[in-house]
Design a protein around this ligand. Sequence first.
Ligand SMILES: [Zn+2]
Length: 448
Amino acid sequence: MTTVPDKLPTITRRAALQTFAVSGIVSLLPSGSTAENVATPSQVSTVAGAKLHPWTPGALDIHHISTGRGNVAFAVCPDGTTILIDAGALQTAPDWNSDEKYRISPLPNASRRPGEWIARYISRHMPAGRQPEIDYFVLTHLHPDHMGGIDLLSPKKVTSRLGPYELTGVMDVHEQVPIKTILDRAYPDYNYPVELNDPHQLNFRKFISSFVHNGGTVERFVPGSSRQIKLRHSSPEAYPTFTVQNLAANGKVWTGREDDAIETFPPLKTLAVSDYPTENKCSVALRLTFGGFRYFSAGDMDHDTSFARLPWGDIEAAVARAAGPVDVAIANHHGYVNACGPKWVRSLHPRAFIVSAWDSAHPTIPSLDNMLSQDLYAGPRDIYSTALKRENIIATKRLKEIQSGNGHVVVRVPPGGHTFEVAITTNLEESDTTIGMFGPYITVSLSK
Ligand SMILES: [Zn+2]
């Protein structure tokens, strides 16, 4: 079992030249803005080499935690409400003949499970004075790199003290940092389009049963709703521009009108079982808005149409159209070859892409070409990856053009939501030292 993380070049020369300028924040703010407490730079900014400045009330921080083993994004909202989107944990396979050779080594190392590292990270970044707690856990879809997988080969299993399930991913997180509400695409039936019963899914379902039994709240994610995820620690008037718009789940996509959503997948009875929507296509998608800032996250949605035989397969295009322009987009399906297509890139045209990577094909050449294409939209854009496999850096020349290829990626939106910055912090240990700072960027409402 490898315990030494890949040591990769982190910050490009261009990035070094973009060292954060504190004065930028103030000059970019619209004059006379009083909404939601305009920030002073000292409240929100951190310089490279220093410890990441703590979250402050009124700001929005979204941490993309680099474990090398799956997706995880932890948001601290302006009133301190905490949202966790996915908490993946791929098991470490014991032999070199397995898929392990394609994967990024566990970060910071393999001495703890990924979910344990995530829980510790969250505990360090809670609002001051609050016990670690997750108000909402949103699971995009039921795959191990998003919820946690179990070890199918090893007899060593660690069972929860809270219920009869194996500890991994989000279950490890909940063991240390209590979750209050869980939203996923399939509760309570877990049977669309087929029974979700692989060993990893059955373990997660045991966790859900135990969670409900112990008084937790679980809801099925409602496509089109903008009221399912709300600020929990302030009145609705305190931050009126903060919303989480549910964009899609199970192929049902927001129309852009109130809570309305339409089915884009055909009825199952019209499809061969082999053509059923995949787990990835059924992913949950959401758009988070704060002031002028917009953030897009859609799990592992893709655009695979089986060579145009199944046009509805381009679910990511439909969802990106519903989202419209955003500031930050999480690369669908880790930037794999069947995701982040031209239509998706053109509709979202983000200022920053974030790749959550765990494999040598994260991201791939086609998806990176799309993200970098000036034909799809003009203007600058920056790309950050939570990690990169060394082989991918060699195979994919254009990775030279991305801003950062290793480290936690922290998106920080100062009060008011007029600008945002991106901080890269070390994933080699738990000091939260900043190794790169980018921005400030002007948010979408002011720039587009
Ligand atoms: Zn995935």
